[in-house]
Design a protein. Structure first.
Length: 144
């Protein structure tokens, strides 16, 4: 069951009605609420690819990567433009590259920082709060 109360019965109903995108969305909601395999995420990504839902496909690929490698979940609050924050929303979608202090000190450079890939399912507007998944990169400025 998904957090919003949807179940596999809802998926079956959507399939009977040929509401493929709705069925996929419910499966993603259910998978977000409980542990599933990388194979499950790969199947959802393939379904999204066949429906030409690129953002959904990328999200499913991200979640499959997350199952294999792990991520850190956090809450992100963006300052509003009036508070000196961003002027526009960002989509997440693996494009966010936050720099974070991991609490270590290097011998000469002071605090040691790392970058991460950030994943969110929906766009985040200035002044709003959302849950985010961070995949730490191996080295400062590096990539996964």
């Amino acid at each position: 069951m998904a957090e919003n109360g949807q179940t596999v019965a809802d998926v079956r109903e959507d399939i009977q009605l040929q509401e493929w995108e709705m069925a996929l969305d419910v499966l993603i909601e259910i998978a977000d609420a409980r542990p599933v395999s990388t194979a499950f995420w790969e199947k959802l990504a393939e379904a999204a690819r066949q429906m030409m839902l690129d953002r959904t496909r990328r999200w499913c690929e991200w979640r499959g990567w997350e199952v294999r490698h792990g991520t850190i979940r956090a809450t992100l609050t963006l300052l509003s433009a009036d508070e000196g924050g961003r002027q526009s929303a960002f989509s997440g979608d693996g494009r966010l590259r936050p720099l974070w202090d991991i609490g270590h000190r290097s011998g000469t450079a002071g605090r040691e920082h790392r970058t991460a890939l950030g994943g969110v399912r929906t766009a985040v507007r200035p002044g709003k709060t959302t849950d985010i998944r961070l995949a730490p990169c191996a080295t400062s400025g590096g990539s996964i």
